[in-house]
Ligand binder design. Structure first.
Ligand SMILES: *Cc1c(COP(=O)(O)O)cnc(C)c1O
Length: 351
């Protein structure tokens, strides 16, 4: 671990009540080997087989073993949640004292960090990204106070689509006196490598990912995070015992294990993104197409509100992001199937 002098340790950053508490011990925590042929009379389940009459594995061991082998991490460096939303909320609740602590976000960015801060009564300090959507390292470090516990970086960023420069991220992980959370919801659409490779170098780094985007499983709600085992142990302590249901564990396993099919599908979305990008650059009302490492494109148009409404009228829904910082007159368009992409290209051409 590279520990910069005078930085707080994980134990010093975590809330004292979380450090002190004793987690709920479920039936399946006390007797773990539930693949075995045993008579299970310990959890007040209904004995009749409905496929899902048993509680799910609270530690999701098969799924974590699969993820560990694919990502090159240890199972004790993984926490799974009911979507990234739950993972992010658990991070808030391990580190931030309501009514006292603060976090830093870097707008324009994903909206959930602020919603979760407000839900947990945590002050949210905003340090804008530069006009080209990169991190302002010195401003971020200057904004930190003794109460600041977390810094949220979304890379590739939603809604801008770009990856944050690696050097800036590294400097923040090394100098920020708190936990740096890197949200990699769109990591599979980039050429760049994941920060999960660095969780062994930094004890203040948490990387979150999700099955909702590249894996095409938004409906099953599975988010993950990767970090130093001491952080994962604290998150585990407060998570609801059975937060990942049986069906989600089964579906996710089947999808993740078929890496070849996954890679092929992602390649198709990436090549469609490039085709869509080139086509949009030729459309008269499109003033700018921002670079994207994600499965969406942020475009600047002549009049976003008008174009948004016109698209709705012909049955096409995009996202108007104009109220976000640096995003005046922008629309965010998700890369769809080749047919859907043709429809949006033609629609925009005709406006
Ligand atoms: C879509 C998205 C997520 C996914 O959240 P889930 O709760 O896992 O569906 C997370 N972060 C960002 C930045 C996103 O855009």
């Amino acid at each position: 671990m590279s520990q910069v002098d005078n930085k707080r340790t994980v134990q010093q950053l975590a809330r004292p009540n979380v450090l002190a508490m004793k987690p709920y011990s479920s039936a399946r925590d006390e007797f773990k080997e539930f693949d075995k042929e045993m008579v299970f009379l310990d959890a007040n389940e209904n004995p009749n087989n409905t496929q899902v009459n048993r509680y799910p594995d609270p530690q999701q061991r098969s799924l974590k073993e699969l993820l560990a082998s694919q990502k090159g991490v240890k199972t004790e460096e993984i926490l799974l949640g009911n979507g990234s939303d739950e993972v992010l909320d658990l991070i808030f609740r391990v580190f931030c004292e309501p009514g006292k602590d603060s976090v830093i976000i870097v707008p324009p960015t994903y909206g959930m960090y602020k919603v979760l801060a407000e839900t947990n009564d945590i002050a949210c300090l905003e340090v804008p990204l530069t006009r080209d959507f990169q991190l302002d390292v010195s401003e971020i470090l200057a904004a930190q106070t003794a109460e600041t516990k977390l810094l949220f970086i979304c890379s590739p960023n939603n809604p801008s689509g770009n990856t944050m420069q690696g050097e800036a991220v590294r400097e923040l992980i090394e100098k920020f006196d708190g936990i740096v959370v890197i949200d990699e919801a769109y990591i599979d659409f980039t050429e760049g490598s994941s920060w999960t490779k660095r969780i062994n170098s930094y004890d203040n780094l948490i990387v979150t990912q999700t099955l909702s985007k590249a894996y095409g499983m938004a409906g099953i709600r599975l988010g993950s995070c990767y970090a130093f085992s001491e952080i994962i142990a604290l998150l585990n302590k407060i998570k609801p015992p059975y937060n990942i249901n049986t069906l989600t564990q089964i579906y996710a396993y089947e999808r993740i294990v078929d890496n070849e099919r996954f890679t092929e599908e992602v390649q198709t979305i990436i090549s469609e993104r490039e085709r869509l990008k080139n086509a949009l650059k030729e459309v008269a009302i499109v003033k700018q197409v921002f670079p994207s490492d994600a499965n969406f494109l942020l475009i600047r148009v002549d009049d976003a509100q008008q174009r948004y409404t016109q698209l709705i009228d012909i049955g096409m829904v995009v996202r108007n992001r104009s109220t976000q910082l640096h995003c005046e007159n922008t629309l965010r368009i998700t890369v769809g199937t080749p047919e859907e992409n043709n429809l949006i290209i033609n629609a925009l051409k005709q406006l």
